[in-house]
Design a protein around this ligand. Sequence first.
Ligand SMILES: NC(=O)c1ccc[n+]([C@@H]2O[C@H](COP(=O)([O-])OP(=O)(O)OC[C@H]3O[C@@H](n4cnc5c(N)ncnc54)[C@H](O)[C@@H]3O)[C@@H](O)[C@H]2O)c1
Length: 379
Amino acid sequence: MQSKEVLRFGMVGGGLGAYIGDVHRKGATFDDQAELVAGCFSRDYEKTLSTGKAWGVDPDRLYRTADEMAEKEGAREDGIDFVIIATPNYAHYSAAKAFLQNGIHVVCDKPLTFTVEEAEELRDLAEKNGLLFCVTYAYSQCAAVKQAQMMVKNGDLGEIIMVSAEYPQGWLAPEDVGNPWRTDPKMTGISNCVGDIGTHVENTVSYITGLEIEEVCARLDNFGVNRTLDTNAMIMVKYKNGAVGNYWCSQVAIGYDNALTVRVFGTKGSLEWRQEEPDYLKVTMLGGPQQIWSRGNDYFYPEAKVMSRIGAGHPEGYYESFANLYLKFTSALLKLKRGETLTEEDLDFPDVKAGLNGVKFIHRCVESSQKGSVWVKFN
Ligand SMILES: NC(=O)c1ccc[n+]([C@@H]2O[C@H](COP(=O)([O-])OP(=O)(O)OC[C@H]3O[C@@H](n4cnc5c(N)ncnc54)[C@H](O)[C@@H]3O)[C@@H](O)[C@H]2O)c1
């Protein structure tokens, strides 16, 4: 019997104790389509060694820098097929560029880069070298979010006229949190709150509705404990189809954890998805009662139904959304390696263009706010 082909991957960042690295590693290996074989898990080589030991990585494939890893893995016959970049934002661009230049497919966390030009450069390089590039806006990979997207796509809600979306957190309200890297412009870029969670709002709305932003008008504030960058943002959006939106993101909203919520209103109905109860979708059709739709049931569109891993009512969540994202990415990569042509369906994961849009969104919001909350063109 022929054994199943398994992809090899490495990680930059995400060493023991890191927040999202472990979620990536578990998501990437959830469906046994990939195994971890290399890493530069930290800027501190000792930490890379201890992480590699804990995760059973061959010490010969533990590297001091991302550049060294890209070069050496790119030269190996059994080198990694793809890399996961889960460092703080400042290191995304240089690491992603190094792997793309060495012919290695990339999965990178958000926000993709500091500048729009850097994101464009990565997009062009990935295209030129024929490499897949996924940006881990993983909320889009919840089954109920896919259902919401399919309902909009199939016209169930009529024409989309309004969006209201928010991502409130309260973790930066207390003084004793100190100044984590997300608040340091050298590590995080020109925005903290919009960059860290506003981009999730932008991406989740974009994934569900397919609406393209025409202009934004934003007000960024640094409320509460005095920090260098924004901790709250109110953003108005005009879309190309004439629809309008309002987004709010905050890290000083006391009482909120990760309350990403997206509401989409059409001429025939509306829906609401809440990240903290990700299995459910509130659906209301014009003149009808409010309904709660539950992931895993037959009334979900087939494209959304296949994204359920266990029966309805057994909670799925954050880990499964990363696993769904990696299942799509690794399935596409395996197909590519077999020389098969990829379809739109194969590429149904947030890509480098989604990453670029996220970076543009940050820059346009900051520009609008700095100019006194004026309307700023998105493109
Ligand atoms: N997609 C999501 O939902 C999501 C959620 C959380 C964080 N993130 C993103 O993931 C990234 C990491 O965030 P985090 O909260 O895990 O940060 P973290 O500080 O917990 O972990 C960062 C890790 O990167 C390592 N590192 C730093 N610089 C490095 C370098 N130059 N080379 C190698 N390793 C390096 C650190 O040692 C640490 O292990 C950020 O870009 C953040 O925006 C995304």
